[in-house]
Design a protein around this ligand. Structure first.
Ligand code: OKP
Ligand code: ZN
Length: 347
């Protein structure tokens, strides 16, 4: 398996996120990816390679050009406000909720940050754009790698920050560019007529869902903590079937906090059956391992050995597959759990 790893992921290194009235250390840290790289190297899984330059035109076909421009320029704009800002992260503080106008483009920096975001837990730092763009390149290159050959092949975009909460024109949930959506779009443009995205991160993949909600060529399926109690709260319910040409091409499988591997596997099987009926030419797996029992911010009960079976079950679809790296915050176990999925997948 070709594993495209992001050599500059560490440039996205947020200091703090807002939690219950306090600024607390970020869960989404550079160490997470280093543990995965170590585990893969130790176990000899996959061939590691760096990505080529990001295809900015493809990124602008998934994300709105004005959002991409904002992300690319945000840090320079922040420093221009006050050079002392270099010591601080950008965190949003004001949002255009119900009743506000969405057809205007305020020039005020805080207003622009709010326009393009949905939570205060996702600091934007000096190197966020560079890290996210290189991660997008990993996803695009992984998609192109599985498209070039014959028969089932697999590749992984091993990167952070994660992507599945990022929408066409907003960041949030530690995500800035939607790597799974970029991989799906790259697969489409490389010739796959139908692509399925299966999101098995603990949190609903709201960004991926919204990007493809009105498209019938990309099926989005997500197995996740019930948003009644779990982040991202405002999307990811069972009654979201897709819209217009996309009607029937979105499936949410929310599960109660506390669900164990047996319960989780039942939902996974439903998702896999729906993917089988869709008859896709290629598959994207948004792989979060925050379903792990030891995860500090999530509440499913999967054990490390379970991930071997998860990988084996995904491989049975027999499809060209791109994995993207999403969540997983039990930092020291993230490597074992991701390596187990890939080992189970390889058989
Ligand atoms: C990103 B991904 C915990 C607050 C949770 C956001 C969670 C984002 C998860 N103190 N805030 O889906 O793993
Ligand atoms: Zn997650």
């Amino acid at each position: 398996m070709h594993i495209f790893h992001n050599p500059v992921h560490g440039k996205h290194d947020g200091r703090q996120e807002m939690f219950r009235g306090r600024l607390v250390p970020c869960h989404e840290t550079p160490a997470r990816l280093e543990y995965v790289l170590d585990a893969l190297r130790q176990r000899g899984i996959g061939t590691l390679q760096a990505p080529a330059a990001p295809d900015l035109d493809l990124i602008r076909r998934v994300h709105s050009p004005r959002y991409v421009d904002f992300l690319q320029g945000a840090w320079a704009d922040w420093i221009a406000l006050d050079p002392a800002n270099a010591e601080l992260d950008i965190l949003p503080s004001v949002w255009p909720v119900r009743g506000f106008r969405h057809d205007i483009s305020p020039s005020n920096f805080a207003a622009r940050v709010g326009l393009f975001s949905f939570d205060s837990g996702s600091p934007l730092t000096a190197g966020t754009w560079e890290a996210a763009a290189a991660g997008a390149a990993c996803a695009i290159d992984a998609a192109r790698a599985v498209s070039s050959g014959h028969g089932p092949r697999a590749a992984m975009a091993l990167t952070r920050p994660p992507g599945h909460h990022a929408g066409a024109d907003f960041f949030g949930g530690y995500c800035f560019l939607n790597n799974a959506a970029l991989a799906a779009q790259a697969l489409r443009e490389a010739g796959a007529e139908r692509v399925a995205v299966l999101d098995i991160d603990y949190h609903h993949g709201n960004g991926t869902q919204s990007i493809f909600y009105e498209r019938g060529d990309v099926l989005t399926v997500s197995v996740h903590g019930d948003p009644t109690t779990e982040y991202p709260f405002f999307l990811g319910y069972a009654d979201e079937p897709g819209q217009g040409a996309g009607l029937g091409a979105n499936l949410n499988l929310p599960l109660a906090a506390g669900t164990d591997f047996a319960g989780w596997t039942e939902a996974l099987e439903q998702g896999l059956a729906a993917i089988g009926r869709f008859k896709p030419d290629a598959l994207v797996i948004a792989l979060g391992v925050d379903t792990y029992e030891g995860d500090p911010i999530s509440k499913f009960k999967l054990r490390s050995a379970d991930y071997l079976q998860v990988g084996a079950r995904l491989a049975r679809l027999g499809l060209p597959t791109v994995f993207t790296m999403e969540g997983g915050y039990a930092v020291a176990e993230v490597g074992t759990n991701v390596a187990n999925v890939l080992e189970g997948y390889a058989g």
